[in-house]
Every structure is written in structure tokens, then in C-alpha cells.
Design a protein around this ligand. Structure first.
Ligand code: NAD
Ligand code: AKB
Length: 315
């Protein structure tokens, strides 16, 4: 891992993961890329490449130009947007992924990392402590692309030796870049509304329980898996990772401990149906055993940190 190309670097996870890579590996070794322009100058000290992951030429050109040996591909269409435009979700999440995989094989890259999601699970999966290796029949196009993505990673690892790694992230809570079109986005929006307006209307119902992770843990997990000794890994792109689980009601109660006048009401929409068949919690024993995963952030500490950080800004 000497030169890392981060595709989709301007998104919710990429904007913080690439910054963490800068700290750890040196910004001269991190090439950030996105189909969008870096209008907010998130990465002033990095080389920025405009890459459309569905265009294999632009990926290959960047690999050759910068001597890339590792790709972290974060370009994706998430669950809610994917239900509105399933063909686009397939194009970016699968055609784009295949471009990354084929480039990885062609240029003999050291490793590639592509996140999966709790969206791989569906109505036939166990709801609590959902096992890693279990039936995967999702009922969203996003979930379908994530299952196929995991299978492609596994297939090409076995066929070609391409070192493919990935975590099934839970919903990611963060305060730098807003999430883009997911079902777990409420767990970020609620903090901004709590600070600004002291109230929030939730698009899930009060009892929708989902696994979540705070960004510092998400980044730590990603780096741990990226750096893990391949010989210790028995899986490729499908590691369950847990940190905390809560419903909108539990989250609202925790926020009220800091903002007593905060209120929440519920207007569930189609995203409630997506959340209904995702796990309430996951069994992450493989991640713990194979690469030492251990979460550090629970709900009370996450809420205190989110409100403190967002509250210190002029919204
Ligand atoms: P995001 O939507 O915030 O960011 C995606 C980025 O990809 C954006 O900057 C977008 O401009 C870029 N992009 C879109 N189409 C592109 C294309 N054709 N070529 C290049 N770049 C393109 O997503 P995120 O939340 O940062 O998610 C990153 C990865 O993590 C995705 O694979 C997602 O499925 C996975 N994931 C995220 C969460 C979460 O809660 N954020 C949870 C589970 C899994
Ligand atoms: C989404 O809600 O689509 C994502 C995810 C859990 O994959 N945040």
C-alpha cells in the first residue's frame, strides 16, 4: 500500500476517510477522485482526479499517472436514491465496481477496498444479531448491488488472487459531509435540526431499530481491515461490523438529555419499508476474531460529541 486512489472521496465517508489517510500515510500518497468537482476545497493539498467510476479509461489513466497500488472505491448510489433510480444504482454500483476490479487485476494492484452495507440483508434474514454468513435476499436494488458486489469480490479473489476487502457498514453518523440518499440519513439530519430548530420530523417510525456507527469508529474499522494481514482473513468484502443500535425514539430521548425542549414527530415514508427488513443489530464476531474489531463509540458519547460539534458552528 504505497499510493492510494480514493474514488468517491467527496461523499459522507470519503471526505473523512481520505483526510484520515492523509494523516496516516501522507497526502502525497493519497490521490482523491470524484465525479463531482471539489467545490468546497476539501482536499487543497492532494492531487484531485475527476473520475467517473463507470469510465474505465479514467480509472486506468489515474493508476498509470500516479503509480496507484491500492483503490478504495466509495462511489455509489445509496438505498433511497437507488429505489428511485434502480438502473443508475446498478450502473454505478456494479458496472463501476467491475471497472475497479478489472483495473485491479490488469495493473496487479496490491489491494482494493469497496464497502458493502447492512442493506445486503432482507426479509428472510434474522433481525437481531444477524449473522455474517446467512441468507442474503434483499428487497432494494441497492441491497442487490451490495450482495452482487460482495460475490464479485469473492469470485475474483478466488479466481485471480485480487485482494478484495470490504465492510458491511451500518448507518454512518457524522458531522462533516451530509449523507447522500440513504435510509439511515435521519440519524444525521436529526442533530442539525435539534441544534437549529429544536424539533425534527422523522421519515422512519419511532420503533425502527437499526445498527449505526460513529464516523471515528467507521474510519478506524476501515483502516484496520485495509491494513490487516491477508493470511488472517477468512472473508473478503462482507464483514459485519457493529457499534450501537437504536430507534429514532431512543435517539430522540438521548438528544433530550442535552436539549430538553427538543421534540420529534413521525411521518414515515417509503424509507420505513426499506428499514423494516434491515437488521436491528449484527453479529460481528468474524471482524473481532480476524482483525481485532472493537467499537469505541456508544450512543451517549456519540450524541454528546455530535451536539457539541454541530452546536459550536454558526448554523
Ligand atoms: P455518498 O453518497 O455520501 O458519497 C458517494 C460519492 O461518490 C459522492 O461524492 C459522489 O459524488 C461520488 N460518485 C457518485 N457517482 C460517481 C461516479 N460515477 N464516479 C465517481 N464518483 C461518483 O456515499 P457514502 O455514504 O460516502 O458511501 C460510501 C460507500 O459506503 C458506498 O459504497 C456506500 O454504499 C457505503 N455505505 C455507506 C453507508 C453510510 O451510512 N454512509 C452505510 C453503508 C454503506
Ligand atoms: C443507506 O441508508 O442506504 C446507507 C446504508 C446503511 O447502506 N446508509
Amino acid at each position: 500500500m504505497k499510493k492510494i486512489l480514493v474514488i468517491g472521496a467527496l461523499g459522507q465517508i470519503g471526505s473523512e476517510l481520505a483526510a484520515a489517510f492523509n494523516e496516516r500515510y501522507g497526502k502525497e500518497n493519497i490521490i482523491v477522485a470524484d465525479v463531482a468537482d471539489d467545490k468546497n476545497k476539501l482536499f487543497p493539498g492532494n492531487i484531485f482526479e475527476k473520475i467517473d467510476v463507470t469510465d474505465s479509461d479514467s480509472i486506468e489513466a489515474a493508476i498509470k499517472r500516479h503509480g496507484i497500488d491500492t483503490i478504495v472505491n466509495l462511489a455509489a448510489i445509496l438505498s433511497a436514491t437507488g429505489e428511485k433510480n434502480p438502473a443508475l444504482a446498478w450502473k454505478i454500483n456494479i458496472d463501476g465496481l467491475l471497472n475497479v476490479i478489472h483495473s485491479g487485476i490488469k495493473y496487479k494492484l496490491d489491494r482494493i477496498m469497496v464497502p458493502s452495507s447492512i442493506a445486503v440483508f432482507g426479509p428472510q434474514s434474522v433481525l437481531y444479531n444477524t449473522p455474517q454468513d446467512t441468507v442474503l435476499v434483499p428487497n432494494t436494488m441497492y441491497g442487490v448491488t451490495k450482495v452482487v458486489g460482495e460475490m464479485l469480490g469473492d469470485y475474483y479473489f478466488k479466481k485471480t488472487g485480487l485482494d478484495f476487502r470490504g465492510i458491511r457498514y451500518p448507518g454512518v453518523i457524522s458531522n462533516k459531509t451530509m449523507p447522500g440518499g440513504g435510509t439511515t440519513d435521519y440519524a444525521v439530519e436529526i442533530f442539525y435540526e435539534a441544534v437549529k430548530n429544536k424539533k425534527y420530523t422523522c421519515f422512519l417510525s419511532a420503533e425502527s431499530c437499526l445498527p449505526m456507527i460513529y464516523m471515528p469508529d467507521c474510519i478506524r474499522a476501515t483502516i484496520m481491515l485495509l491494513e490487516a494481514d491477508r493470511s488472517k482473513l477468512r472473508h473478503c468484502g462482507n464483514y459485519n461490523v457493529g457499534a450501537m443500535s437504536f430507534t429514532p425514539e431512543i435517539l430522540a430521548d438521548e438528544i433530550k438529555k442535552h436539549i430538553p425542549e427538543f421534540t420529534i414527530d413521525y411521518r414515515p415514508d417509503f424509507r420505513r419499508e426499506i428499514a423494516r427488513y434491515w437488521p436491528a443489530s449484527v453479529d460481528d464476531s468474524a471482524a473481532r476474531a480476524e482483525w481485532g474489531w472493537q467499537p469505541e463509540w456508544d450512543l451517549p458519547h456519540t450524541v454528546a460529541d455530535m451536539l457539541g460539534t454541530i452546536g459550536s458552528r454558526n448554523l
